[in-house]
Design a protein around this ligand. Structure first.
Ligand code: AGP
Length: 609
C-alpha cells in the first residue's frame, strides 16, 4: 500500500504540487519517496529512503523542472526501504519511468525472462520489471505506440497494480493502468491529476473520475482517454463532484481510521494471500525441521500466535508454544537452544518485548523467523526468514486489518506445512485453501450485512460495567482479541477465557443482565459451547453470540447475535469471527464518546520494555 500521484499542468512546475500531494498521501506509506519529471527529452529523478520531510530536507523535492511529473511514497513489500528500491524505477535507457502501488506476483519470472534478453536490473523490487517490459516491447516493435507498449506490458502482469508511466519522448502524456489497487483522476481546466486516493488532489480540484479495475488510461491536457485492458474498448466516464474536506478525505469519508481499516480488511486479506510462495515454503521448512517452536508476540499479535498454535496442531500435527514476549526470557530463556525455532509476530516489527525475546533466542543459537507488516523494521533485519504481510500502514492504535492478515498468512504457512507432512487429506487441504482464498469476500459480507446490527448491540450494552468474551478451541483466541479491542479503545473492563473455565471461578461475577459474548464457530466444540451458554443464561447473563448463519440452535438462546457466512473451516474461523468484535469495540467506544483512533495511555508501537 503506497501513495502515488502525478500531474500535467498547463502552467508552472509539477514538482512542488507532487511534493505537497505526497505529504497528503503519507498515511499510505512512508519508508521512501521519489519524484520524476520530464524536460528537454529527458527524465529527471529525485528519490531516497526515509520520510518525505527527511528526503525533502536532503534533496529539495520542489526543485525539479517540468510541467509533467509523477511521485511515489512507499510502503515496502518487495525489497528493503533503500534508495535503490525507491520509486520511480526506469528502464535500461532511462527514458521510461514507472511508479507502482500493488504487488506483481509473477515479477521474478518476468525478471528472469528480461535478464536473458539483456535487461539490467538495479533494484530488488517487483515494480522494476514494468519499465523494462515496456522498453522491450518498444525495442522489438519500433512502430508500436507508447500506449500500446504499456498495454502489452500490463497484459503480462499478474497481481495488483496501479501504475503510471512517463516517457521522455512523449512529454505531453502519462499512461496509467489499474488492477485491484486504487486509482482516481482529478481534472480542472488547467491540469489533470492521478492519485491512489482523492486526498492527494482534493485541495486542487473536487472533480473526480473513478477508475475501475482492468482499465488503462492516457492522460493529457486534451483530456482523459480510458480503455478496457481486455479489449481496448473505449470507456466514457464523466467526472463526479466530491464534497469532502481534506481531513475527511484522508479517512475516505470514515469518521475514524479504525473503522476505515476495519473496512479495508478485504483488500488487506487479498494482499496477505499474495505472500511470496518461496518464503512461505522456506518458513514451513524451518518449522518442519524444528525440535520445538515458540510463537512469540505481544497484544493482538500474541492472539494471532495463539490461534496459529491450533492451526499448526490441527493441520500439521506440529505442537507449538504461544508465549507472551514479555515473559519469554523468564519462561524459556534457559531452555531455548540451537534446536529451537522462534516465530516472532509483530505488525510494527519494533515491539521491544518481542525483539528482546528474539535477541535472547539468537544468543542461544535458536532459529528466528518473523512475520511483520513493516519491511525494513528491526524484526526483518534479525530474522533468518521473514514474511511481510502487506497490510499497508495501520494508523489506528487498535490493530484490526493487521490481525486478520497475520492470521491468513499463518494459515497459509500451516497449510504448506500440512502438505509437507501429509497429515491431512489432499481433499481437506484443497477445501481449506479454497475457503482461505474466499475469505476476503466473506469478510466483505460480514461487514456489509452485520455492521448495522453490531451498532445496535453496542448502543444496547454501552453502559455495561463489564463484559465476558468466551470461546472454545481456536475461538478462544478470537475471544481474547475481542476482549482486548473493547478494553483498549472503550476502556470497558472485560475478561476473556476458554468457555470451559467459567465454572472454575469467573462465573461468580455473573448476575442479571451481565453481557457475555460467545464466539460460536460451527466446529467440534459447538455442542459443548451450548452447555456453557446455558450455564451463563441460568445466572441471568445477557448472551451476545457471534454465530454461523442459520445456526438456530444458538440464535434462540441468544439475546442478541450477529451472523457469519456458512462454510468457514474451524482453523480459519478467527478471521471472519473477529470482525464483528472489532466493530463492537469501535461502536461502544464511539457511543461512550471516546476517540477510537487515539486511546489513552497507548501507543501504536511499544518500543520500551
Ligand atoms: C493492539 O490493538 C495493540 N495495538 C497492541 O496490543 C499491539 O498488538 C501490541 O503492542 C503488539 O504490537 P506489534 O504487533 O506491532 O508487535
Amino acid at each position: 500500500m503506497c501513495g502515488i500521484f502525478g500531474c500535467i499542468l498547463r502552467h508552472g512546475n509539477a514538482a512542488p504540487l507532487i511534493h505537497a500531494a505526497l505529504k497528503r498521501l503519507e498515511y499510505r506509506g512512508y519508508d521512501s519517496v521519489g519524484e520524476a519529471t520530464i524536460t528537454d527529452g529527458k527524465i529527471n529523478i529525485k528519490k531516497d529512503q526515509g520520510k518525505i520531510d527527511e528526503v525533502h530536507a536532503k534533496l529539495n523535492l520542489d526543485d525539479l523542472p517540468g510541467n509533467i511529473g509523477v511521485g511515489h511514497t512507499r510502503w515496502a513489500t518487495h525489497g528493503a526501504p533503500l534508495q535503490v528500491n525507491a520509486h520511480p524505477h526506469v528502464d535500461c535507457t532511462g527514458q521510461l519511468a514507472v511508479i507502482h502501488n500493488g504487488i506483481i506476483e509473477n515479477f521474478s519470472e518476468l525478471k528472469g525472462e528480461l535478464e536473458t534478453r539483456g535487461h539490467v536490473f538495479k533494484s530488488r523490487t517487483d515494480t522494476e520489471v514494468i519499465p523494462h517490459l515496456i522498453e522491450d516491447y518498444l525495442k522489438s516493435n519500433p512502430s508500436m505506440s507508447f500506449e500500446d507498449a504499456v498495454h502489452e506490458a500490463v497484459k503480462r502482469l499478474v497481481g495488483s497494480y496501479s501504475i503510471a508511466v512517463l516517457n521522455a519522448r512523449e512529454p505531453e502524456k502519462i499512461v496509467c493502468a489499474r488492477n485491484e489497487s486504487p486509482l482516481v483522476i482529478g481534472v480542472n481546466q488547467d491540469a489533470v491529476y492521478f492519485a491512489s486516493d482523492i486526498p492527494a488532489f482534493l485541495p486542487l480540484t473536487n472533480r473526480v473520475i473513478i477508475v475501475d479495475d482492468g482499465e488503462i488510461l492516457t492522460l493529457s491536457l486534451k483530456g482523459v482517454d480510458i480503455k478496457k485492458i481486455a479489449d481496448l474498448k473505449p470507456v466514457q466516464r464523466e467526472p463526479k463532484i466530491i464534497d469532502w474536506t481534506p481531513e475527511m478525505a484522508v479517512k475516505k469519508g470514515y469518521p475514524h481510521f479504525m473503522i476505515k481499516e476495519i473496512h479495508e480488511q478485504p483488500e488487506s486479506l487479498r494482499n496477505a494471500l499474495r505472500a511470496q510462495e518461496h518464503y512461505v515454503d522456506l518458513m514451513s521448512t524451518f518449522l518442519d525441521r524444528a525440535r520445538e517452536v515458540f510463537l512469540v508476540a505481544c497484544g493482538t499479535s500474541y492472539h494471532a500466535c495463539l490461534a496459529a498454535s491450533y492451526m499448526f496442531s490441527k493441520l500439521a500435527f506440529l505442537a507449538t508454544y504461544p508465549v507472551f514476549a514479555s515473559e519469554f526470557v523468564e519462561q524459556h530463556g534457559k531452555s531455548v537452544n540451537i534446536e529451537s525455532t522462534i516465530l516472532a509476530v509483530s505488525q510494527s516489527g519494533e515491539t521491544a518485548d518481542t525483539l528482546a525475546s528474539v535477541n535472547a533466542a539468537r544468543q542461544r543459537a535458536a532459529t528466528v523467523l518473523g512475520l511483520t507488516n513493516v519491511i525494513g523494521s528491526t524484526l526483518t533485519r534479525v530474522a533468518r526468514v521473514y514474511i511481510g504481510q502487506q497490510s499497508g500502514p495501520e494508523i489506528g492504535v487498535a490493530a484490526t486489518k493487521t490481525f486478520t492478515a497475520q492470521l491468513s498468512v499463518l494459515a497459509h504457512i500451516a497449510l504448506r506445512l500440512a502438505k509437507k507432512r501429509g497429515k491431512v487429506s489432499q481433499d481437506e487441504m484443497d477445501y481449506i485453501s479454497e475457503r482461505l482464498s474466499k475469505l476476503p469476500d466473506i469478510v466483505e459480507t460480514v461487514i456489509q450485512t452485520q455492521e448495522e446490527k453490531v451498532k445496535q448491540i453496542a448502543k444496547k450494552y454501552k453502559d455495561a460495567k463489564a463484559f465476558f468474551f468466551l470461546g472454545r478451541g481456536i475461538s478462544t483466541a478470537t475471544a481474547y482479541e475481542g476482549r482486548l479491542k473493547l478494553m483498549e479503545i472503550a476502556y470497558a473492563p472485560a475478561i476473556a477465557f476458554p468457555a470451559g473455565e467459567s465454572k472454575h471461578g469467573p462465573i461468580s461475577l455473573v448476575e442479571s443482565g451481565f453481557p457475555v459474548i460467545f464466539i460460536c464457530a460451527k466446529d467440534e466444540t459447538h455442542r459443548t459451547l451450548i452447555g456453557n451458554i446455558m450455564e451463563m443464561k441460568a445466572r441471568g447473563a445477557s448472551i451476545i453470540a457471534v454465530v454461523e448463519e442459520g445456526d438456530e440452535e444458538i440464535k434462540v438462546l441468544a439475546d442478541d447475535y450477529v451472523e457469519v457466512p456458512k462454510g468457514i473451516p474451524e482453523v480459519l474461523s478467527p478471521i471472519p469471527y473477529a470482525v464483528p468484535l472489532q466493530m463492537l469495540a469501535y461502536y461502544v467506544s464511539v457511543e461512550r464518546g471516546y476517540n477510537p483512533d487515539m486511546p489513552r495511555n497507548l501507543a501504536k508501537s511499544v518500543t520500551v520494555k
